[in-house]
Ligand binder design. Sequence first.
Ligand SMILES: O=C(O)C(=O)C[C@]1(C(=O)O)C=C[C@@H](O)C=C1
Length: 163
Amino acid sequence: PPPMDGLVESAVQRLLLAGQVAAAKFGGGGPITDPAREREVLDSVAAMSAAAGLAPETGVRFFRAQIEAAKVVQRGLHARWRAHPALRPRERPDLATEVRPRLDALTPRMLRLLKQTEPVRRSAPECHARLAQARHAAEARTPLDGLHRMALNQALRPVCDLP
Ligand SMILES: O=C(O)C(=O)C[C@]1(C(=O)O)C=C[C@@H](O)C=C1
């Protein structure tokens, strides 16, 4: 399958994991944003980008968008769960031992795919066409609600602007 499909699919998977992050944090009273963890994620993205043959800045810019999108999902779900107790998650996964390792497992795959989309990204019209196609395919496999679609838009916005 074209690397753009894999890239979009893994961005969707990461946003679904943000739902598990939201469940882990819900009711804990703590903030959604964890600046130290963000730095940790972005530092390892920079290191892995270089290893994958990507400019570290390219990987970091892409992942900043993934992190912002993950926060959109978390804020949206928390608001939904506050308003509708029946929708609250029944399971509370552990952030450090369960959820973050799943996020970390996606990172090298996403960077590899980002590298593989380099030829397509060189042409803006081709990039946007492939991206739209890949989104369509991903949403056919995994139907998303409005919140997740909005977050996915945000997560994918930088893709065709990256060098
Ligand atoms: O690990 C978390 O606590 C998350 O909320 C996930 C995540 C990310 O997308 O990697 C997003 C926001 C936080 O500020 C830190 C990291």
